[in-house]
Design a protein around this ligand. Structure first.
Ligand code: CU
Length: 361
């Protein structure tokens, strides 16, 4: 069901293709293109007509030597009413069709698949209805940690979104829709993919240094494959060791490795390779002592919940607080994972299987 009359011809026109590149990936997206093109052609028509008349009259009635200046009428109520009311009617119609399309994309069908989205500097954290986070990542632009967000074909998907810090905006150009994410409240919209395929997702609200790398892939796959995939991730997540669980959390739910490298490479935050157990100088002049496991475990925990409490020298206080994001169990796993990346980790010193036999008591 299309909102305006001229749609089909417009959607296939040369100009439409030039403006939009790829055709809209859903019915609502194509409706949106139609409305855009309708307004575009309408404006183009009046622009050419008015500018044409203006140029014609400017030349025709230009000042010539010997021709006296004529008196012109300076008021015509009927004409003025007409050129106020008629365009207003058209503007009213444009508002009406645009607003109607907006409402359609914002109010999801009640049977929609719910996907939670949290925006933070500078990543998207996705949580499916069964609690799992998509573990697959890909490289987009300079960002090797862009998540792949799977959605089912032929089923409405509602994104319920909020932000941990500043405003972000969830923009999927192929679906012709973007919606802001705000701290402390939900915003939402829905899409329905018609065919399997990949679509880019970008952040469309400037949110700091790595804003342009806040991207992801929306990957539509057949609904039965989607259900199986979610089930598989759910089953997998039950059998992870704390270190494996921690690895998954910092990669997917936390997105921490956007700023913390695991290889010793410099980043926005400190690398985690051989971090645990080493001395850390803080900006307040104190240090986290070397070889003190409690101090280090607490430092990690506190740094996740309230990063501003202790700032490492040489780094800017830009980390987003993750208070309330992770359960206690998840925090434990992250600590274990960061620990496992250090050559000071106790596990490296006492191999689990070869430990000396305990004397009988
Ligand atoms: Cu952003």
């Amino acid at each position: 069901m299309n909102t305006c009359a001229l749609t089909l011809a417009q959607q296939t026109s040369w100009l439409t293709k030039k403006i939009f590149g790829a055709p809209g990936a859903s019915e609502l997206a194509r409706d949106s293109d139609s409305i855009f093109m309708w307004i575009f052609y309408f404006s183009l028509f009046w622009f050419i007509l008015l500018m044409g008349l203006m140029i014609y009259w400017v030349i025709k009635y230009r000042r010539r030597p010997g021709v006296p200046i004529q008196r012109t009428p300076h008021h015509n109520t009927n004409l003025e009413l007409a050129w106020t009311i008629l365009p207003s009617l058209f503007l009213g119609y444009m508002f009406y069709i645009g607003f109607q399309g907006y409402i359609k994309q914002v109010i999801a069908p009640t049977n929609a698949e719910m996907i939670d989205v949290r925006g933070s500097k500078w990543m998207w954290t996705i949580t499916y209805a069964n609690g799992v986070n998509p573990p697959e990542m890909t490289e987009i632009g300079g960002n090797p940690q862009a998540p792949i967000i799977y959605i089912p074909v032929g089923r409405p998907v509602q994104f319920r979104m909020t932000s941990s810090d500043v405003l972000h905006s969830f923009w999927i150009p192929d679906f012709r829709f973007k919606q802001d994410l705000m701290p402390n409240r939900y915003s939402s919209f829905w899409i329905e993919a018609e065919a399997p395929g990949d679509h880019y997702l970008f952040c469309a609200e400037y949110c700091g240094d790595k804003h342009s790398e806040m991207s992801a892939i929306i990957r539509a796959i057949p609904a039965d494959e989607y259900d199986a995939l979610l089930q598989k991730w759910f089953d997998d997540s039950g059998n992870l060791t704390p270190v494996e669980a921690g690895k998954r959390l910092v990669e997917s739910k936390g997105g921490c490795i956007a700023c913390h490298s695991l290889t010793g490479a410099p980043g926005i935050g400190p690398t985690w390779l051989n971090a645990w157990g080493y001395e850390v100088p803080l900006t307040d002049g104190t240090t986290i002592p070397a070889d003190d496991p409690d101090a280090w475990d607490n430092y990690i925990r506190e740094s996740i919940i309230n990063p501003a409490a202790k700032i490492r020298s040489g780094f800017a206080p830009v980390m987003t607080p993750f208070a309330g994001v992770f359960s206690e169990e998840e925090l434990d796993s992250i600590v274990e994972y960061i620990k496992s990346l250090s050559d000071k980790a106790p596990a490296g010193e006492i191999p689990a299987d070869d430990s000396p036999e305990q004397p009988e008591s």
